[in-house]
Design a protein around this ligand. Sequence first.
Ligand SMILES: [Zn+2]
Ligand SMILES: [Zn+2]
Length: 457
Amino acid sequence: MSSPYKSSSSSSPPHSPTQLNENSDGAAERRLREAEYRLREAIEELQRRQRCARRLHPPCEHADESCIANAIGNLCQTFLLSYGVRVGIGIFLRAFKLARRRSYSSLLDLKQLVSEKDLIVREEACRIGLLFGGFTGSYHALRCLLRKWRKKETPLNAFLAGSVAGLSILALDDSNRRRTLALYLLARLGQCAYNSAKSKNKFHLWGSHWRHGDALLFALACAQVMYGFIMHPESLPKSYQDFIQKTGPVAPPVYKAVRDCCRGFPVDVASLSAYLSNRRDSNSVKLDEFPSIIPCSIIHPDTKSCLAHNANAASATFRKTFPLYFSLTFVPFVVLHLQKFMDTPVHTCWYAVKGAVRSTTFLSAFVGIFQGVICLHRKVASKDHKLVYWVAGGISALSVLLEKKGRRGELALYVLPRAGDSLWYILVNRHLLPNIKNAEIALFCACMGGIMFYLEH
Ligand SMILES: [Zn+2]
Ligand SMILES: [Zn+2]
């Protein structure tokens, strides 16, 4: 703006010889400068007013459609997407089931693959669609509403809209699933808040400068999960119980006997002796209805040596889980990086094997150490205590140090919500925590608000 005036004023004086001319030139220059100054001020004033108006009436980002149309569009889009994904997963699982039955021809038969009788996902897919679609739709509608109503765009808007839209979790009817979801979000929110505070250098959490803070977090979570598995298996979801049961070397009746023994309840001698009679070396074991501790000879009836038992348990876990882990690292890599795989197949296979060996070793070490701590306790103590299982879970979780550094935090974030779930259940059951109805909905709403806040800012 100012450059043309300046150049004209500096180029005019040289060819004017007289005093008068110089005087009038000076006056003209002054007037020009004044005009330029006023113009600049006027432009700044105009910009200030525009900024003010924008703050008072911030525009929506969806310029070409109305707020309602935008919200409904978002709702439908997300609903259809989540509905489709849920149905797709259902079909995939059904195909997996058929393939396991080795009826490969039926995979191509649509009637067997997607018939209404076998593929019961409609209600579930609707609920998932309503959860996600309802959330996005109402979130966008509320953002627009708050923007107009409060006449400004602040971080509070995102938080408020996210919390209220979080009520869409009511689309799920199972309060256990709602609680699990809320706790997952809580863990994610904690991660967001922690990362944000750390990047701003605002504060350092206790232990955040430790190199192994993530391993410690994982250990605490595992301690709770293993304690929950032994003492309150109903506090864990069925799939989790099955996974731990299958990975570990001990039979279900023994877990039940240990639980009853710790609580001072009578041990179910009949089922325990039925289990032992199928094993060798079982005749020497004397069964008692109120034992002070379940001895090693019942926990591992197949071998007398604790060391051999622990080594067997670890290697059995390795053999059982290696194929699974290998396919879990190999298949996604090949699918995602097909070109890379074609270029260097040997390197890719080596990479997958290395990753699978590492993860399987971690899991096997976990099982071996857990059994080791239990056996060690039986060597030094004559009375059982339930906290032993909490401590054993924590110690065995240190095997996570075998995993890659980046995976440790991920694993911790994966187990943490389960641990919180189990702890919540136990505390409510003991009346240490009031059983507030629908507390998980409030938690979900608050977490959703927090997450939207971090997402937008
Ligand atoms: Zn709008
Ligand atoms: Zn033992």
